[in-house]
Design a protein around this ligand. Structure first.
Ligand SMILES: Cc1cc2nc3c(=O)[nH]c(=O)nc-3n(C[C@H](O)[C@H](O)[C@H](O)COP(=O)(O)OP(=O)(O)OC[C@H]3O[C@@H](n4cnc5c(N)ncnc54)[C@H](O)[C@@H]3O)c2cc1C
Length: 409
């Protein structure tokens, strides 16, 4: 029986699996005709984009709620290699090596935070890259009142003022305030610093959106430090390349993402983010039985632009990869992915958000109006149905491109 194996259950992998099940259902085939198996290191679909939030209870969806009703098998294990010649995935399940044979593979192992080799970074810096990272950060902040008094006990330094760093920084005053609520007012001096080696904050966002971001940061009392580089981190703070010291008990590293290091296994070229080039059908160039989607892959999304490492692109890439892998297996025509719009809705904490349209990032909404859109995206639009209803789950994975999220105000 043919076997489709999908690696990863993030936005790309989960939607690949559901779309593959949908395409088989459409072809009136069942799992007795074609097996679909996903491999992921844990039992969750991680809504990774919410890891900076103060309450992480809703940011993971149990995979079994989505995959069991549609007959997709699930392997909980760490992928350690792929033998392309023998069509085998190697993974470690509870310490034991396992091999899975595939006929078609969808590679969707995503990306991870870029961690340069800076002394102390691995040991002392926090992150919001994974659920575990976000949860560790929130537990640390909640535990600050129990730490011995020291300079910088209530200072948070966020390093990297791209989108993730800005979202982390704008949420941080509220997190620190909640923690400080439990200590004497004399001690209650919280400070949030957002630092970047570039000359401006939010350098990819364009001038108009940057003005909005700066206003929000000022309103929230977030201090910015641009043109600075970190040379070392320790338990009490960070040292800048100039020798200046910033005392901070909380340092959050947010300096960008790179494709999963397993992407290095693929022969051929990768882009500057380590991504594997795929064609418009999400097929890895030169490897006809392998598809890739999400942050691990790079597709030309319209006539001019490469896909961006984002859930905005990972979800449709996943849906098309899953649909097309079945079409390819069944000898049917595949569907090309083309996305004619691009937008960014950046959370700015209690201040609101900023919604930009187009690659030029034209600002269309700010403040509370944009925040309404952000909440629709983060809490509804990007979630799979959790009803366990087969038809509802399959219908959500149709290989179509959604309209942009609504703009209000
Ligand atoms: C804090 C934060 C905020 C963000 N905000 C936005 C936003 O507002 N808008 C937006 O569009 N994007 C945003 N992003 C980016 C977005 O989260 C990613 O682009 C998206 O998650 C990519 O989806 P993916 O499925 O390709 O990869 P991932 O989400 O990285 O999923 C990969 C999956 O593979 C699993 N995996 C990885 N390696 C292995 C292995 N060796 N073995 C087994 N399993 C493995 C992982 O556990 C995971 O389940 C944000 C990211 C972060 C961290």
């Amino acid at each position: 029986m043919p076997h489709i194996v999908i690696l990863g259950t993030g936005f790309a992998g989960l939607w690949s699996a559901v779309a593959a099940a949908r395409a088989l259902d459409e072809a009136r085939l069942s799992r007795a005709d074609v097996r679909i198996t996903v491999v992921n290191r844990d039992a969750w679909h991680a809504v990774r984009v919410r890891n900076y939030e103060p309450d992480l209870r809703q940011v993971r969806v149990a995979l079994d709620d989505v995959l069991a009703p549609i007959g997709v098998e699930r392997v909980e294990g760490e992928v350690t290699g792929v033998d392309f010649e023998h069509r085998q995935v190697v993974c470690r399940i509870r310490g034991t090596r396992h091999v899975l044979e595939y006929d078609r593979l969808v590679y969707a192992l995503g990306s991870q935070l870029l961690r340069p080799d800076i002394p102390g970074l691995a040991r002392y810096a926090f992150d919001v890259d994974t659920f575990e990272g976000g949860a560790r950060l929130n537990a640390h902040i909640a535990g600050l009142p129990e730490q011995p008094p020291a300079p910088g006990r209530y200072t948070a330094l966020i390093v990297g003022a791209g989108l993730t760093g800005i979202e982390t920084a704008t949420e941080m005053p509220g997190k620190l305030r909640a923690s400080l609520g439990r200590v004497a007012p004399a001690e209650a001096r919280a400070q949030v610093i957002l630092a970047d080696h570039r000359p401006v904050i939010g350098s990819d966002m364009g001038e108009d959106a940057r003005r909005v971001i700066e206003k929000a940061l000022a309103c929230l009392g977030v201090v910015t430090r641009t043109g600075v580089s970190i040379s070392a981190i320790d338990g009490g703070g960070a040292t800048l390349s100039t020798g200046e010291r910033i005392a901070a008990a909380t340092i959050v590293w947010c300096t960008g993402m790179r494709a999963n290091p397993l992407s290095q296994l693929f022969p051929g070229k990768r882009d500057r983010f380590g991504r594997i080039p795929v064609d418009r059908f999400m097929r890895v160039k030169g490897m006809p039985e392998i598809f890739a989607a999400g942050d691990a892959a790079c597709a030309v999304i319209d006539d001019l632009h490469d896909s961006v490492m984002s859930c905005q692109h990972a979800r449709p890439m996943g849906r098309f990869a899953g649909h097309n892998v079945v079409c390819d297996l069944l000898g049917k025509p595949m569907l090309p992915l083309r996305i004619d719009w691009y937008c960014t809705v950046l959370d700015l904490g209690p201040w609101g958000a900023v919604y930009t349209e187009g690659w030029e990032r034209h600002v269309v909404a700010t403040g509370a109006a944009a925040k309404r859109t952000k909440q629709i995206i983060n809490c509804e639009r990007i979630y799979p149905p959790r009803s366990r209803d087969l038809r509802q789950i399959l219908d959500a994975a149709a290989p179509v491109v959604q309209a942009p999220p609504p703009a209000f105000g």
